[in-house]
Design a protein around this ligand. Sequence first.
Ligand code: BG6
Length: 536
Amino acid sequence: MTKTAKPFMKNRSLMKIRAKLPSVTYQVIIKRSMFKEIKTADPCVMVIFGATGDLTKRKLFPALYNLAKDDFLPHKFSIVGVGRQEMSSIEFRSQIIGNFREFIPKGVDEKLIKWFEERIYYTGGDFNDDKKLFGDLKELLGEVTAEHQIPDNYFFYLATPPDLFANVTQKIVRNGLGKEENGCWRRFIYEKPFGHDLDSAKKLNADLLRIIKERQIYRIDHYLGKETVQNILVFRFGNSIFEPIWNRNFVDHVQITVAEKLGVEQRGGYYDSAGALRDMIPNHILQLVTLTAMEPPVSFEADSVRNEQAKILQAIQPFSPGDVMNHAVRGQYGDGEIDGEHVPGYRIEEKVSPHSNTETFAALRLSIENWRWADVPFYVRTGKRMPAKHSSIIIQFKRAPFMLFRDTSIERLTTNRIVIHIQPDEGITLHFGAKVPGPIVNMGPVDMDFNYLDHFGEQASTGYERLLFDCMIGDATLFQRADMVEAGWRIVTPALDVWKALPARDFPNYPAGSWGPADADELLSRDGRAWKNLTH
Ligand code: BG6
């Protein structure tokens, strides 16, 4: 155990608790060869639709690189990019190699770059042109599989807007590329957002199921690929001391924050028609809510976990229009300052309407009506251009009776909380009160910190690695089922409808670099609570 000399400062790094074994024991590089029981991915081809987009360069290729580095990709593997732009495979390759150098923070391994160079291809054209683009794709796949001796196992990654999902899938299938035969598999990953509201999600599910089978469908949410998110289950159900207090008898409320410093970057076109609520809440944030609130599953099989998550989604009380006014807050950033630099307001971002009424911040007060959580509010918020990139789940426990501490000033009376830090510094903090050294019994707040980096060393991760690997081995545990996607939309659709019918009149209502609009603070202060604005 290491302690710093200055206890009782409000700083979560002031007392670090380390595991009994020296932390060097855990400074391991995790490689596939260390997990003999892990299935090996079959030789296959990944086909990315939307290959020239932001997601492909920032996340998908860096994730593939990390997988290859740690030996998780099959040796017989290829990637075929498909985009609207016309360009040769050589040009695409050189773009991707450039992106590797830009988005792999610690520098690239030239041998790996060469490995990728040998197996990246591209074909471009109009996604509506059944014969030309999809015919070209079929021909290219034939060449690629022959050259690399890969059986016809394909997974198609649709990194496109959702209105293209059914159409593109239909064309893939119509060109004979979707049928599983001769022991070969065909899988389809759909990037979020899966639809834009409840009706569109239902229609999309129905349309896809007319074309392919549910077992071929992988609805991705990259938050489920994040280590700390998966660790919520291990933390809760692999330890015996937390679960007994993880309920309404002990927990006062839960706060979930996903704050981003970035604005909308090059994604103004998409974002201005989506907004913060659609972009983050029915998917990423509800995943965090369900994993925090769910009952223990009977096993870690895909459906056991997903059944428990689905029950929470069903138990979240749908908002009436009146609830939307009281329990949902929206905001849009104006210009402001982040890290000492001036940043422009949302309405003057590229591809954003100068009169846009799209929200860049959303906060909700959710109620989970079941035995474990009745009367325990779950406050969730997310926003762009906030002071820090920080995502966390805070389990705030009820206060102890404080009569014994009459000499302690009110701000030192400590309540307990567990903070699950999701990013950027993954870890867990336990906040509690301890005696301030001295002749009188006086209390002060301290933190016990567990930090992933200290114990397990650095693991480069985008969140997509695990999910891409799971798709290659056919494991859908960390993907969303149709009913879960629909339940997520069911929860947010009343707010979407009310906000659409009553456009905000006070936008922009928070300056870039702040923690969101005043109404978001009021959402909690009305209940006698306050957000914990953590920055690390
Ligand atoms: C995406 C959203 O799904 O998640 C983006 O569309 C958001 O708007 C991103 O920036 C956040 O992901 P992460 O992994 O950086 O928290």
